[in-house]
Structure formats: structure tokens, C-alpha cells
Ligand binder design. Structure first.
Ligand code: PMP
Length: 287
């Protein structure tokens, strides 16, 4: 089945799909994006993802490229046309195509939209979650508005590359005082000795992950208390369990931080329970 991408009103073969060289996403990273997991033929948590898209667009004064209802149809169509039962659907919305000038273009400029989908092997994710992942820490180097899900991801790219070059999976952004912000593309959690889940407050300084939000519902169902507060790298190293959440990895155990082994070096039972319960609790929209 050939891959299909949706670009500004047309379904195109993936290899021929392209945006204009004067698209402001390309010229200025003047755009936002979303990623939803597709599991067993369902688009997961689409309502929350599109609510966050709405917020990102509003914060940057970018217009919706089409109605929300129409976008939901396009997302489902791209997933179906690509035959994706398990994988990811990505959408990018930019301020559109206009002659290069930093200030906003004419108000009639239409925002651009790209929707793509790709398959992922759930067994590979499960295997990785059985082993757990290793992370390094890097100094926070991003702008203040990381609460907006923009396509401007250069610090995240450099952080992930640094992790890769050191043979580990991911990197955490850390403030100068040692407080953990979040991963290159995931939120960070720990489990205390008393089985309380701790994650950083999301009002500022991090992206409010949709998986993070849904995990509050999962935790409630399983009877875990959650504390939203700062925690340091040292507290994470000494925690009973550490894990990360994102639409691409759901709940991923962390077993090593800067070369320090967390607990006994194996994923913990709380992390495992949260991962297992996630699918049942999340919103499922048939593609
Ligand atoms: N933080 C950052 C910087 C991210 O890029 C992501 C992934 N989009 C997340 C957190 C997790 O968000 P979500 O659970 O919505 O995928």
C-alpha cells in the first residue's frame, strides 16, 4: 500500500508531497504540530490533542486551516489510506506561504496543513518498555514558551542527538538549580517510596503532554495519588521508579540517569501497571 500524505487540500503520494519554499514553517519554524498514537485501529485522545492544537494556534494567532470537524475527517482518512492500525498520525499547521518577512503576512494568507501517518510495531515498543531506557541530562536551552507545541525543535534535536551519540535513548532538560523540566519529546515522572506519582507542574516550563493528562485519569482509576511539583535529578536518581510519557511511547520506564542505575535497573511494577491500563482509559476514536 503506497503511503499517502495530505497537503493543503490534496491527498498525494508521500514521495511527491511537498510544501512551498516560502512556507513560513520552513522559513521561520512559524508553525505548530500534533502527534496522536494509533492503537488497534483507534486514534487515541484525539479530543485532547485537538484542544491543545487549538491552544497552540491561538497563542501564536495562527488561524485554523479548516474547521475542526473537517480536520478530524482528514486525520481519519489519512490513517485509513495508509492502512495504519498501529502507529502515529502527525499534523503540522503553519502560518502559510508568503514573501519572506518576519512580521505576520497579510491576514488573507491561508495557513498550511500537512497530515501524515506511519506504522509502528507495538511489539518493538513493548520490548523497549520491558527493558527500560537510559537517559542523560542536558542544560535547559529552550525559549520560555515551550508550553506551545511549535515545530521549532532545534534544542530538542540537539539533546536527542547528544543522547544518541552517548549510546543512550533520551535526554532530559534540566534547570541550572538541578530541577528536571522534561525530556526531548516526553514528560518525566517518578514514583516515591510511598507509591506517590510525582510530575512537574505544567503551567510553565514544559509542554502539557496529553499522555500526562490522561495518566492522571489512569492513576485515579488505579488508586495512585499524584503530586505536581518540582523534583531534582538527585531525587529522580533515588526514586523507586522513574518513567516518561508521550504519545509515541505511552509510558516508558527509565532505568538509568546519567549513568546512575535507578532502583535495581529494571522497570517497576507501578510503571508497568500504568502502561497496561492506559489503552482502556484513553479516549478511542475509530479511524
Ligand atoms: N514534551 C515535549 C517537549 C514533547 O515534544 C512531547 C511529545 N509531543 C511531550 C512532552 C509529550 O506530549 P504528548 O504526551 O502529548 O505526546
Amino acid at each position: 500500500m503506497p503511503r499517502i500524505a495530505y497537503v493543503n487540500g490534496r491527498y498525494l503520494p508521500h514521495r511527491d508531497a511537498a510544501v512551498h519554499i516560502e512556507d513560513r514553517g520552513y522559513q521561520f519554524a512559524d508553525g505548530v504540530y500534533e502527534v496522536c498514537e494509533i492503537a488497534q485501529g483507534f486514534i487515541m485522545d484525539m479530543t485532547r490533542h485537538l484542544n491543545r492544537l487549538d491552544r497552540s494556534l491561538a497563542e501564536l494567532q495562527i488561524a485554523w486551516p479548516m474547521s475542526r470537524k473537517a480536520l478530524e475527517v482528514v486525520i481519519g482518512e489519512v490513517v485509513r489510506r495508509n492502512g495504519v492500525r498501529n502507529g502515529l498520525v502527525y499534523l503540522q499547521v503553519t502560518r502559510g506561504v508568503a514573501p519572506r518577512d518576519h512580521a505576520f503576512p497579510k491576514p488573507e494568507t491561508r495557513s498550511s496543513i500537512v497530515v501524515t501517518a506511519k506504522k509502528a510495531d507495538p511489539a518493538a515498543g513493548a520490548k523497549r518498555a520491558q527493558a527500560g531506557i537510559s537517559v542523560i541530562t542536558v542544560p535547559e536551552s529552550r525559549w520560555e514558551r515551550v508550553d506551545i507545541k511549535t515545530v521549532g525543535l532545534l534544542p530538542n534535536v540537539l539533546a536527542r542527538q547528544k543522547a544518541k551519540s552517548q549510546g543512550v535513548h533520551d535526554a532530559w532538560f534540566v534547570d541550572p538549580d538541578g530541577v528536571v523540566k522534561e525530556g526531548a519529546s516526553a514528560n518525566v515522572w517518578l514514583v516515591t517510596r510511598d507509591n506517590v506519582l510525582v510530575t512537574r507542574q505544567a503551567e510553565t516550563g514544559i509542554l502539557r503532554g496529553i499522555t500526562r493528562t490522561t495518566l492522571f485519569d489512569v492513576a485515579k482509576k488505579l488508586g495512585y495519588a499524584i503530586e505536581e511539583r518540582d523534583f531534582s535529578v538527585d531525587e529522580a536518581k533515588a526514586a523507586k521508579e522513574v518513567f516518561m510519557t508521550s504519545a509515541t511511547t505511552i509510558v516508558m520506564p527509565v532505568v538509568s540517569i546519567d549513568g546512575h542505575t535507578v532502583a535495581n535497573g529494571h522497570p517497576g511494577s507501578t510503571t508497568q501497571a500504568l502502561r497496561e491500563a492506559f489503552f482502556d482509559v484513553a479516549e478511542k476514536t475509530p479511524a
